[in-house]
Design a protein around this ligand. Structure first.
Ligand SMILES: [Zn+2]
Length: 130
């Protein structure tokens, strides 16, 4: 019975976008009791330390792609752990990061130029007002 409620709570929590308040109401639980029942959701990614499975602690973590190992507690962003199909975790994408850095640095220059213009306009406006 109790186990049924736990699996139902988890199915509803992970399988819907309904607010925790609404789910608690639906299951006739307090919000705290519901949170206590929520079990981390498997992300389908093995821990880079090879000791467990990466899981999402809650829906917010899942939305942000934030995973944690259920064994050693190692935490990382999902994006660092997937996409490296060659089996090398985060540390090895240093060279790849540098190739994309060229693209982003031009973007950043344009961005700061725009910020500079915006600040200039702002200052001009302030000066004019006085
Ligand atoms: Zn681990």
């Amino acid at each position: 019975m109790e186990e049924d409620l736990v699996s139902r709570a988890n199915a509803l929590y992970w399988g819907s976008e309904a607010s925790v308040n609404r789910l608690a109401e639906e299951l006739d639980l307090s919000k705290g009791a519901l949170y206590d029942m929520i079990e981390p959701y498997p992300a389908g990614i093995p821990c880079p330390h090879g000791d467990g499975e990466m899981r999402y602690a809650n829906r917010t973590a899942r939305d942000r792609g934030f995973v944690a190992c259920d064994q050693c507690g190692f935490e990382d962003e999902e994006i660092h752990l997937v996409g490296d199909q060659d089996g090398f975790p985060a540390e090895t994408d240093q060279p790849r990061g540098q190739t994309t850095a060229n693209g982003t640095s031009t973007g950043r220059l344009v961005g700061s130029a725009l910020v500079g213009v915006a600040v200039g306009v702002l200052i001009a406006g302030l000066v004019r007002r006085r």
